[in-house]
Write a protein that binds this ligand. Sequence first.
Ligand code: GLC
Length: 489
Amino acid sequence: MGKSLFWIALLRLLVTWWRTIQLSLKLGKGSGNLWCTFRGQPVGTVAAYDHDSEEILNYDQVFVRDFVPSALAFLMNGEPEIVKNFLLKTLHLQGWEKRIDHFEMGKGVMPASFKVVHNPIRKLDTLRADFGESAIGRVAPVDSGFWWIILLHAYTKSTGDLTLSETHECQQGMILILTLCLSEGFDTFPTLLCADGCSMIDRRMGIYGYPIEIQSLFFMALRCALTLLKQDAEGREFVERIVKRLHALSYHMRNNFWLDFQQLNNIYRYKTEEYSHTAVNKFNVIPDSIPEWLFDFMPTRGGYFVGNVSPARMDFRWFALGNCVAILSSLATPEQSLAIMDLIESRWEELVGEMPLKICYPAIESIEWRIETGCDPKNTSWSYHNGGSWPVLLWLLTAASIKTGQLHIARQAIDLAESRLPKDNWPEYYDGKFGRYIGKQARKMQTWSIAGYLVAKMMLEDPSLLGMISMEEDDQMKPLSKRSSSWTC
Ligand code: GLC
C-alpha cells in the first residue's frame, strides 16, 4: 500500500513537471500570450499574463531584466532566434531620442521595457518603449544596459555565433553604454553612483548611492564587454579603460563592501574622524550605526557584500541579486564566493525560508520604512521589495551554488519552489518573514518566475550550461583579491 502511494505521488509529480515544461518552454508560444511578436517575429516575453488580475499596469510589456531568464531558457533549449531578435530590437530602441520634459537623456540608455502595439485596422505593429519617462519616479533603468551586454555575451557563448556581436551596431551599442558609465566626473570611488529605484528594485527602498546590485552587474558587464569588443582603434581605447576600472572596482568592492564576522568586529571597534591617508575607517562609519539585528545574523563562518557603502553610511542589508552576480562574475574571490554560500546555508530560515529567495534581508520597519520608502504601501515590511521572496532569484541561487560546488543548496531550494510554484500559479513574489504567503499584490503567471525555475532546473540537470552566464576569476585581478592591511589590524 505504502509503495503504491509512493508511485502515485511520483507519477503525479512527473506529470506536473512535464506539464510545467510544456507550458513554460513555449512560454505561451501557442496562445501568443506570454510570447510577444513584432511583425511576425518573436521579440521577447511579456512580464506577466495574469488572467485574474484586473489591472494590467505595465505587466503586458517586455522588460529587459525580466527577459534575461527567459532568454537563458531559450538558449539552453536551443532556440536562440528570439534572443537575437530581442537584442536587435532593444538596440534599435537605444537609438531613439530620449526626452523627459526638456531634458535629453544619454544616448546609451537602454529601455526598462517595451510594448508592441498592434493596429488591427492598418495591420501594423509599432513599438512603444519606456526609458524611465513613464516609470514610477521617472528613474532610468541603470541595469538594462548591463543586462543587455551580459545577454549578448551569453548568446555569443552559447551559439558560437560571433557575427551578431561583431556587427557595427552591436559594437556601437556597447560603446554607448560604456560611455555612460565610464565617463569621468567628481567620483572618488570606482563604483557607479545611482538614484533609488534604478534596478530590479524599481521603487524607493533606500538603495540610492552605490547599490550592490548595480555594482555587480556593472562589473560583469565590463568583463563581458572586454571579450566582445573588437580591437579596432575605438575598441582598444575602451578596452584600456575597462581594464583599469575593473582593477579599481574589484579592489574597492572586495575590501570595502565585504563583511564577515571579523570585519564586523573591526567596524564595531572603529575609531572615527580619522583625517589622513592612513585612516582605517576610510568612510568614517560610526559604530553606533551598526543595526542590532546584524550581531545575531552574522554567522561565525560566512560573509557577504553589504548593500551600499558611502561616506558615514554602510547599508548593512543583505541583497540576493548583487551577491549572486558577484559570484557568477568572479567579483567575489573564490573564498568570498564560498563564504556567501556559507552564509545562505547558515541563515537558511531567514533568507530562503519557505520560498527562495529573499530579495533583501531584513525588511525595514516603522519609522525607517516611513523615511526610506516614503510610506510606500506596496513595500510594507516583509512584502515585495522590502524583504519579500522572489522565485525568479532561484536561477541565480542555483547558478551560484553550481559555481561554488554547493549543489545541495540548489537542490533544496528547487525542491521548495517546486512544491508551491505550479500550485500557486507562478506568482511574482511571496510575503512574510519566511515567504509563506503569496504576495499581497503579486501577479500570477509571472514569466520570470516560470523562466527562473526552468533555468535552475536545466542547469542542475546539466551544470555545463552554467558556462553561458558564469565567468572564471581573471588572473590579472588575483593579487588584488587579498584584503587590505586595514583588515588585519
Ligand atoms: C516590478 C519589479 C521589476 C520588474 C517588473 C516587471 O516592477 O520590481 O523588477 O522588472 O515588475 O516584472
